[in-house]
Design a binder for this molecule. Structure first.
Ligand SMILES: Nc1ncnc2c1ncn2[C@@H]1O[C@H](COP(=O)(O)OP(=O)(O)OP(=O)(O)O)[C@@H](O)[C@H]1O
Length: 608
């Protein structure tokens, strides 16, 4: 399959038009609450349990101030030691029981949060797997990872802050206010009058914090992108060759410092907010003691009454702050969901049409009929390309750099669909058969063969999961790589480094050829290496390729003289158009672009 073989080589960059369109559509889409609710649908029972537990803990929390009032107003003045001990026992038991409820509730919270996150990661992953290559050439890998991990992580917060806070803090605030009014309505009014003093700073602060948090997320995303590039094998290689370690350190320092500055700011704003609350809280309590104390002196209130009142008041300000923050939290959460849904909704620009049929028992005839392709509207990389390859034929594609060779071969596995025209396999329009059945029939061997950081065996099995050891060995022998693998320290279980950098270029290519042999497709797409392997290695690769091409239709971006000489047809591309086509001798006779290319490129190769 092309995706399996698709490497970091030159030309797999896909188009961006449809990806951008689908992204645009998703951004405009309202984040529907129904959809968010849908994510939690499977967890309704747990959510009800969470809410009940939270309510239980909140209600239990209301009792201690009343117990204090009883101790101060009844048990102590009456000298009732038994009652005193009972009430003290209650004071100890209550926090224990509400603590136990909280532990249970917390566990349920995490379970729901983690469950929703797992579901989201699964569905995002599945949708990313459906995307065509254009999406990956457009997107930064750091951003994809950030959405799959960072954004999804923020969902946990939605369960804890939104669902649980809204319910528990709401209940605490309402019940506390009712109790305050029951205890003493005049004091209750006094307490509510100073509430606006809290509301204003809380709103301001949470807006600033929201902005700072968004900025921090963005900078962190940038940082992970940068790290991924710099410490990827290719990035690391480039850095060392051009000796740009200092520059990269400086670039990294800029982002690193910004993360620090933002976190400091975020923390400082939080501290100021804490300080304001810290000052206002005692201020409220002081006012209550002033007014309440006055009433006690005048005999219209009991001491226990004021103590209980002040204790309730302490329980009021915190939850009100949280509730006020809720609006900002809701907005942040909606933003997070919007980003997640955007990825969930993204439609790949290459996909199965409704009613697409599977391609079965392919002979291997390939046809390009007036195929044009534009990465950007109006900018054609291919124009009106027409040719046919009969089953078993070898078609060589030659042309100067940027002529559209990679774009052309990519169409065969539908890495992108033609903007105009049709690609056919055995006469069937490739765009209207199922992608999986089409890709089943096509294998790619590219210049830069990608290998996963896994064992040689696992890399081979990627082409055919159920291949037996005998099949693997047979394919590797045919690709002239078995002896090399067998001589490795752990044979087929030897780990290859990321992108296969522990293997030589020729070995990597032969492993990729073995993979294509295992896949056993009818159609083969080759991008011959331009880099010069040493002649022994080159000879091995060539023999391996010959054995792979045998009996299959092959489209090859040719760089070797032997390939173009053996080709049944040579397609000469320039600026996206087929300029000439025919066999080697016919084209030489025409004395056009091919003859020029031959003299400058291939003849030289032949002589060297
Ligand atoms: N993802 C992309 N977005 C926009 N334009 C692209 C993209 N990929 C390729 N192109 C453009 O399309 C044209 C054809 O590119 P293509 O990679 O098919 O050429 P090529 O013949 O394979 O070149 P080379 O031999 O240098 O690999 C070039 O002009 C290139 O700049």
């Amino acid at each position: 399959m092309s995706m399996r073989e698709g490497g970091g080589g030159g030309g797999w960059e896909g188009g961006s038009k449809q990806t951008l369109q689908s992204r645009g559509k998703a951004t405009l889409k309202e984040v529907s609450l129904r959809r968010i609710y849908g994510l939690f649908r499977g967890y309704r029972v747990q959510l009800v349990i969470i809410i009940l537990l939270a309510l239980g803990a909140a209600l239990i929390g209301l009792i201690p101030p009343l117990v204090m009032k009883e101790i101060i107003d009844t048990a102590i003045p009456q000298g009732d030691k038994r009652k005193l001990i009972e009430l003290i026992g209650l004071m100890v038991l209550l926090p224990v029981s509400s603590g136990l409820l909280s532990v249970w509730q917390n566990h349920q919270n995490t379970k729901v949060g983690q469950g929703v996150m797992r579901d989201l990661r699964r569905s995002l992953f599945a949708n990313l797997q459906r995307q065509s290559m254009s999406f990956f050439t457009d997107a930064k890998s750091g951003e994809i990872i950030q959405r799959l991990t960072g954004d999804v992580l923020a969902v946990q917060n939605v369960v804890t802050t939104l669902v649980v806070s809204a319910v528990t803090q709401g209940v605490i605030v309402i019940t506390t206010i009712v109790i305050l009014f029951v205890l003493d309505w005049r004091l209750a009014i006094l307490a509510t009058v100073i509430l606006p003093l809290f509301i204003l700073p809380v709103r301001k602060v949470s807006q600033i914090r929201k902005r700072l948090r968004g900025e921090t997320q963005r900078v962190r995303g940038e940082m992970s992108s940068q790290l991924g590039e710099i410490f990827g094998v290719s990035g690391a290689l480039l850095t060392r060759i051009f000796q740009q370690e200092r520059k990269q350190e400086q670039d990294f320092d800029v982002l690193n410092q910004r993360v620090m500055d933002l976190e400091l700011k975020l923390n400082l704003v939080g501290r100021w907010y804490g300080m304001v609350l810290g000052v206002l809280g005692p201020l409220g309590t002081a006012l209550i003691y002033l007014y309440g104390g006055w009433n006690v002196v005048e005999g219209s209130m009991t001491i226990g009454g004021i103590v209980a009142f002040a204790a309730y008041l302490g329980r009021l300000y915190g939850p009100i702050g949280t509730l006020l923050n809720l609006q900002v939290e809701v907005q942040t959460a909606l933003g997070v969901f919007q980003r997640i849904f955007e990825y969930e909704d993204m439609e790949p620009d290459v996909k199965d049409l409704t009613g697409a049929k599977a391609l079965s028992s392919v002979q291997g005839q390939v046809g390009f009929h007036h195929v044009s392709y534009a990465y950007q509207p109006g900018q054609y990389a291919l124009q009106q390309v027409t040719f046919t390859a009969l089953p078993g034929e070898v078609v060589a594609i030659v042309g100067p750099s940027g002529a559209g060779k990679s774009t052309l071969i990519g169409m065969l596995a539908r890495l992108y669909d033609p903007t105009e025209g049709v690609v056919t396999i055995d006469g069937h329009n490739a765009a209207s058969v199922t992608l999986s059945s089409l890709r089943e029939q096509v294998a790619f061997v590219t210049q830069e063969s990608f290998l996963f950081h896994a064992s040689v065996r696992d890399n081979l099995l990627f082409a055919k999961l159920d291949a037996t050891d005998e099949e693997l060995e047979k394919a590797c022998r045919q690709a002239y790589i078995h002896e090399t693998i067998a001589a490795m320290p752990n044979g087929y279980d030897t780990m290859v480094g990321e992108r296969g950098h522990r293997l030589s270029g020729g070995e990597r290519q032969r492993l990729a050829i073995a993979r294509a042999i295992l896949k056993n497709p009818r159609i083969l797409v080759l991008d011959e290496a331009t880099s010069h392997l040493d002649s022994e290695s080159e000879a091995y690769v060539q023999t391996a390729l010959d054995s792979l091409m045998h009996g299959r239709t092959t489209l090859v971006i040719a760089h070797r003289l032997s390939t173009i000489l053996a080709a049944d047809r040579i397609i000469v591309l320039e600026a996206g158009r087929v300029l000439e086509s025919g066999r080697h001798t016919e084209l030489l006779d025409q004395d056009g672009l091919y003859a020029r290319l031959y003299r400058t490129q291939f003849e030289k190769v032949a002589l060297s």
